[in-house]
Design a protein around this ligand. Sequence first.
Ligand code: ADP
Ligand code: TYD
Length: 208
Amino acid sequence: MAGGFLSFEGIDGSGKSTQARLLADALRALGLTVCLTREPGGSKGAEEIRRLVLEGDADRWSTETELLLFTAARRDHLEKTIRPALARDEVVITDRFADSSRIYQGLTRGDMRDTVDRLHALMIGVEPDLTLLIDIDPAEGLSRAVARSGKEMRFEDMGLSVQEKARDGFLALAKAHPDRFRVISGKGTPEQIATQVLQTVLAHLGTA
Ligand code: ADP
Ligand code: TYD
């Protein structure tokens, strides 16, 4: 069976979390053991860092500090959650991983792509086996994200042009890494999208 480290990526409100949950349900129904997790977060320490980074004033952290916080959270997530689950032969589904740092810290919130890549090579060093990019119109993503808004608003008040830049960045990343990325349209009902996601993942896992 092919590697079971899967990530979902996409702009805020694209439907990643919904699809990650539906995929986990579908794979569990097929008898697989699934570790459903998310970034920033996914381990006790990383969830604490999540609160630091996503709550509070928009200018609370510099872009550089933010990158260090996201990377620290990812390292803890990898050590405490992802690697142990893969060692138990579970399928790991993470809602965001390093591609989010490449896009947000590397492109839209800071022009730090080179630093992001170097820090990743130093401290993380792994990529998912398969990355599902849920692609959606930025205006629709933003209106969904705003409708759901709560305390974690440091990033979501960044406006439409940032979402457009992030979408273009994700699509360019997918084009640059066609072996790892699959682009799935986020239009349609959650169930319609989930069917496409499941087909893609089963083909990857070699069980279709
Ligand atoms: P993300 O994790 O990418 O930010 P979510 O899965 O949390 O996205 O979805 C954002 C909001 O949009 C939620 O309120 C969710 O219920 C809703 N939503 C998710 N998928 C769809 C869909 N296919 N069509 C309409 N609304 C959706
Ligand atoms: P998330 O909880 O996935 O938000 P949403 O459900 O709205 O997509 O992620 C929170 C925010 O954190 C999101 O705006 C993207 C940002 N983020 C980064 O800037 N860098 C990162 O490395 C990660 C993982 C997330």
